[in-house]
Design a binder for this molecule. Sequence first.
Ligand code: ADP
Ligand code: MG
Ligand code: ZN
Length: 470
Amino acid sequence: MAEWEVVIGMETHVQLRTASKMFCSCSTDYLGAPPNSYVCPTCLGLPGALPAPNRVAIEQVLRTAIALHCEIPRHSKFDRKNYFYPDLPKGYQISQYDLPLSLNGWIEVGGRRIRIRRAHLEEDTGSLKHAGDALHSAEESLVDLNRSGVPLMEIVTEPDLTSAEQARDYGLELRRLLRWIGASEADMEKGQLRVEPNISVRPAGSSELGVKTELKNLNSFRALHLAVQFEIDRQIRVLEGGGAVVQETRGWSEAERRTFSQRTKEYAEDYRYFPEPDIPPLEVAPEWVDRLRAGLPELPADREARFRSAYALSAQDAAALTGEREVGEYFEAVVAAGVEAKPAANWVVQEVVPTGADVPAERLAGLISLVQSGRINRDQGREVLAEMRQTGRGPAEIVGERGLAQLSDEGELVAVVDRVLAENASAVADFRAGKQQAIGALLGAVSQATGRRANMKVARELLEARLSRS
Ligand code: ADP
Ligand code: MG
Ligand code: ZN
């Protein structure tokens, strides 16, 4: 079905990690607080209140912009975006229109550069609660302005994405970057990362863009993937049925697994943007940008590439070690403590990340060395790690005290191997019939029979030697 080409551009809103709101000193730490308890005249939009921009929020956007390889113009300003909605107390949102903080960047997603059109700064709205409860009828809507005025960054891409998977991967890559540099916690379920895909399809090879729809209310990466795929299929169905796609905003119903029309855009909204008169234009000094650039950590994509080349790690290991910044730093500390990169990566990816083990890197390095040297086997190493986590004691101490040592004695192992071969005739037959994987079951049985003490390298050699005899 290469008849249709998919075109997707993303608009993403990100709640920035700051202590206070965008234009007042109210705390942003309102989650779980009673409604309307984190408010002041400014974020309530009371007449006469004046906004004072939050420097940290501006810096978070600039840091993100640098990480997204954007241009940062010297001059920027805030504008008023006028519209009426009950969660917007001033009747306008302070945002940025023609002079955003940054422009023209890119982010790499699955080996392709996705162009970033702009990243700008604005303020969040309050939130509405519909629904009846003991005190309110179902027709009533309640307004909570705790979120009003929280710093919000909007990042817009060019229409460069071409599938539902890519749309999801873009979201994942952006989340990794935002968390990595500390710009946002970017938790989708908490609404800190709101991804809005714009989707259209066109006949393959066409250079004109098709009519797009925009999706809202996606609060997981799974929903993002499913909703975009649904929308692609729906648009193709409409077009193949001789119909036309209507430009509109659509929501995602998790229960029904489908998108539905929320609001049609028959004509472009007129927000009557004009410069915010209460905030002077911003001048972004190049020295300021340089200082922020110098303060950024090595970026995730760069570190991932470096891990592959400097340590000869597989793509999967490099990705797993750079999902979060701390993991890669931990891995490098294990290597610095004298462990080879490959086993260090194995242990960190397979044992430390899934269990959230918080043992010091030098101690994990000590444990890995005991396994690498053949003193204990991998299973025993795993047990020692569990005990290290529980007791905070070192690996050599635990191994010594418990008298752990793997069973490498050939004589003893031969007896076990022969018994296992005799008891597992079908696995032996499978192996002899060419099913190489059957040796896994036999190795498992040897391990089991020795209380997981067997030196698996020796066991494998013995098994292979016996199986190759006819
Ligand atoms: P709007 O004014 O409706 O918000 P914009 O032109 O500002 O539209 O674009 C918003 C987002 O939609 C951007 O990410 C852009 O890349 C994307 N986009 C624009 N046109 C299309 C299209 N025809 N198909 C898919 N995405 C599009
Ligand atoms: Mg839009
Ligand atoms: Zn306030």
